[in-house]
Design a protein around this ligand. Structure first.
Ligand code: ADP
Ligand code: ASP
Ligand code: MG
Length: 604
């Protein structure tokens, strides 16, 4: 018998009428012959209200008590949902996370799921009941209640779908699908018919709040097809599956994080272990760092900049102050008035000039780029918060995201919601089946990190332009020149420099280095920037898998193992599926060995 998990977010269960409407959806699926698990969030803005209440009593409430409090929101809605189904003449049972047996670690307010016991669930389903599960919560090994982080009900739903081997996970929400960017921010955004796991993972972690990013890690790991759709209109939504909507569109979505802070640690010794000293301290406080950018060292000193969510600023600055003291760094600075704009697309990995098109569009709109970090399928830039909306609109338009992809590249898409399950099965057809052994081994430590590949690329060289003016249009000009010469630029990082100057580093194929340096020097002469330095042989080491960024420890493990092997990290970029570091070309092999050893326990 097929199984469906349906998740209803806060707005979808905000009052009794909405709860009854959701109950009818669950009943309809039950009538169609599916076993149905319903996951619900707290009603409306209840979680926000509980947080405010806690703040009124205690400015820094103990995390354990916070979870005890927040979990009550979902407990209210499961009971009401079960009552609604009962009132409509069907049998339902509500279960809390603890009653189901959703085991998590003990990181209160950001707990990770370790395992889920399916016995009670299966029994209730086999008895013909609709099971109503509380989203967002679990229980640790000492029976303390834990929560999974804001928006975590999505993760509950997808993880239940994974352990129950459900045919589909439907996410009912207050928008009718996943859009090219948040439609409440840009009304011209377009609903996508389909988006790939990797793209959604990046988009979610870069600001697209429609899905909790960790839920997509589960979906990808366990091949769970997701259908994001409206609670209020019966129209097909967006399918999140393995394949993208369009195979050759360079960018499929854009996202904005307004509440970002840029932190720079200045004048740190440019030696192995520096990054480790900083980021290990931040990771210990469970803060996820993004856009790590290190300028290439001068006179033995380097500056390291990165961004963190504004909510985590206090914890981050504490960590940075400690690290500065230990390292004997010159000091640190931070800027709270920044926002991060990102574009994401599987297609950009195969095309040149994508970053350049983004920089050019921003330059034409006279928007200054303060930092740049690129990876295979995303480009993020930091701009002033004031200009962030204009920047998002500019970029969205530059990649024509308001319009559907050219029809030749359309992937097969479902036409009607009624045939969801079949269509998804077809969409998933190309995906390789997981063997039972693989499945079982992955279910142990469900949210653990998994590493799929560790690789070494010895084909690249690095170019660094120091002292570029920190004004609009500079990166556009540099990469326009390089792209015009047909050189494929891989990693790009632009760090915040001092005295309104920035450093721009990028990697190119080794055979294109001389040309690239010559071109960079020409641009520099025109801009009054320089000098240009280069490294003829660099090695790019990549670790790829699932959960790379949400597991704050991945970059740390990399830094740690490389530092122990005496290897200095020159450039770094992180994404949800991969962390890349660039090291001196003579140390690539040693770096590869060090990384293989460091990740041996989580590789498969
Ligand atoms: P729920 O309570 O149902 O979980 P959320 O508020 O968490 O709902 O998520 C839905 C919201 O996500 C939408 O109202 C929308 O404003 C926002 N959002 C952000 N980015 C996107 C996007 N790319 N596509 C659709 N919605 C988005
Ligand atoms: N109620 C929780 C929150 O508001 C979980 C969720 O809605 O997904 O964050
Ligand atoms: Mg949500």
């Amino acid at each position: 018998m097929s199984r469906i998990v349906q998740k209803f977010g806060g707005t979808s269960v905000a009052d009794s009428e909405k709860i009854l409407a959701a109950a009818r959806k669950a009943i309809r699926a039950h009538q169609q012959g599916h076993q149905v698990v319903v996951v619900v969030s707290a009603m409306g803005k209840n979680t926000d209200r509980l947080i405010e209440l806690a703040q009124e009593v205690n400015e820094r409430p103990p995390a354990r008590e916070m979870d005890m409090l927040l979990s009550t929101g979902e407990q209210v809605s499961i009971a009401l949902m079960a009552m609604a189904i009962d009132a409509l003449g069907y049998r339902a049972i509500s279960l809390t996370g603890a009653q189901i047996g959703i085991k998590t670690d003990n990181t209160y307010t950001k707990a990770r799921i370790q395992s889920i016991n399916t016995e009670r669930l299966r029994k209730a389903l086999d008895d013909g009941m609709i099971v109503i599960a509380a989203g967002f919560q679990g229980i640790d090994e000492n029976s303390n209640i834990t929560t999974l982080g804001r928006g975590g009900s999505d993760t509950s739903a997808v993880s239940l779908a994974a352990v129950l081997n459900a045919d589909q996970c439907e996410i009912y929400t207050d928008v009718d699908g996943v859009y090219s960017t948040d439609p409440r921010v840009l009304p011209e955004a377009r609903k996508m018919k389909q988006v790939s796991y990797d793209e959604m993972l990046e988009l979610a972690s870069l600001g697209a709040g429609v899905m909790h990013s960790r839920s997509i890690e589960f979906a990808k790991k366990f091949h769970v097809p997701i259908h994001v759709r409206s609670s209020f209109a019966d129209v097909p939504g967006t399918f999140i599956v393995a394949e993208p909507e369009s195979a050759d569109r360079p960018v499929s979505g854009a996202a904005l994080v307004k509440n970002e802070v840029r932190v720079s640690v200045e004048g740190v010794p440019d030696t192995p272990g520096t990054s480790l000293a900083i980021f290990a301290r931040i990771a210990k406080r469970n803060v996820t760092v993004d856009m790590i950018v290190q300028n290439v060292g001068m006179q033995g000193k380097a500056d390291i900049s990165f961004t963190v969510p504004r909510d985590d600023m206090r914890a981050t600055l504490e960590a940075v102050a400690e690290a500065c003291e230990e390292l004997g760094a010159e000091g640190y600075s931070y800027d709270e008035e920044v926002a991060k704009i990102s574009v994401v697309g599987l297609g950009m990995a195969r095309q040149t000039g994508v970053a350049q098109a983004m920089f050019q569009a921003l330059a034409d709109a006279n928007i200054n780029i303060q930092m740049i970090s690129t990876s295979e399928i995303k480009i993020s830039v930091l701009v002033s918060r004031e200009q962030s909306l204009a920047a998002l609109r500019t970029v969205h338009q530059a990649f024509d995201l308001q319009n559907p992809p050219p029809s030749k590249s359309k992937a097969p898409t479902p036409e009607a919601a009624a045939i969801d399950v079949d269509v998804v099965a077809e969409l998933q057809g190309s995906q390789k089946e997981m063997s039972l052994d693989q499945m079982v081994s992955r279910l142990q430590g469900m949210e653990d990190l998994t590493i799929d590949d560790i690789s070494l690329d010895n084909s690249q060289a690095r170019v660094t332009i120091t002292g570029v003016p920190d004004t609009p249009g500079v990166s556009a000009r540099v990469f326009e020149t390089i792209a015009a010469a047909g050189v494929f630029v891989d990693m790009i990082v632009q760090s915040k420099g001092r005295q309104r100057r920035a450093d721009l580093s990028f990697t190119v194929p080794r055979e294109d280095l001389d040309r690239s340096v010559r071109l960079a020097r020409e641009v520099c002469a025109a801009l009054g920037a320089g000098p240009v330095t280069s490294a003829p042989a660099v090695s790019k080491l990549s670790v790829s898998g699932v959960g790379m960024r949400s597991h704050t420890g991945v970059a740390i493990r990399m830094f740690d193992s490389l530092a122990h092997a005496g290897i200095n990290v020159e450039m770094i970029n992180t994404s949800e599926v991969r962390v890349n570091v660039v090291v001196n070309g003579s140390q690539g092999e040693a770096g590869l060995t060090a990384l293989q050893k460091a990740f041996a326990d989580v590789s498969h």
